[in-house]
Write a protein that binds this ligand. Structure first.
Ligand SMILES: [Zn+2]
Length: 213
């Protein structure tokens, strides 16, 4: 195995973690499909290095060990074009940019496997759909009405019935953000109540996942 290639196990894991799609948000191309022979598949994906495998390569980090350079943590799944692109312009495609692409692509893949396939919600019993719609409206109303970033309101909210009914449906990273003692202002047009708009986004995601919109 050439030293600049990841081990097959790592390549396989990188591809699967993003559902075999290119992790460049501007591309997102599928990287695998059938070959003419019925027992083979085409792969146009590449396990690309976030920091180069060897000195002189793009984004090389001398602080990393050989095994860190060859680990899943140092790889990103891309189509062949995007893999070339990031290595040809490493000052534009920095380590931070690639880590963000990777994180977003993995989140997208997770949401995709949690989301019901199109049409499934038509099979949901009408009473269930109504209950879910009422539940969404109740959560949304409670979150809109309160300002949960203040210390008192935050603990009040975390111990409320509303939150205990909502919590099992939240993504793990959202729970972490909501329950962190300090959630920092990260900017944006919707004001500085990070908890409130994180919860509203998450309720909208659950609404989509339940096939209500
Ligand atoms: Zn691509």
């Amino acid at each position: 195995m050439p030293p600049d290639k990841f081990p097959p196990r790592v390549i396989n894991t990188l591809a699967k973690r993003v559902g075999f799609h290119c992790s460049n948000p501007g591309c997102g191309k599928s990287t695998s499909g059938p070959r003419t022979e019925s027992d083979a598949a085409v792969n146009i994906g590449v396990g690309a290095h976030i920091t180069a495998a060897s000195p002189g390569g793009p984004r090389f980090d001398r602080g990393k060990s050989q095994s860190q350079r060859a680990s899943v943590a140092n790889g990103i799944w891309l189509c062949q074009n995007c893999a070339k692109l990031i290595d040809n312009d490493s000052s534009r495609y920095t380590i931070d940019v690639l880590l963000q692409w990777k994180q977003d692509a993995e989140t997208k893949a997770r949401v995709a496997i949690e989301k019901p396939v199109l049409g499934v919600h038509f099979q949901v019993a009408p009473e269930l759909a109504t209950r879910r719609r009422d539940q969404i409206a109740e959560w949304r109303g409670a979150v809109v009405a309160e300002k949960y970033d203040f210390v008192d309101c935050r603990s009040k909210f975390l111990s409320s019935e509303i939150y205990s009914s909502l919590r099992p449906h939240l993504l793990p990273e959202v729970i972490k953000k909501i329950e962190a003692p300090r959630t920092f202002y990260i900017g944006g047009a919707r004001g500085d109540n990070v908890r409130q708009y994180t919860l509203l986004d998450e309720i909208a995601r659950i609404e989509r996942q339940w096939g209500l919109i």
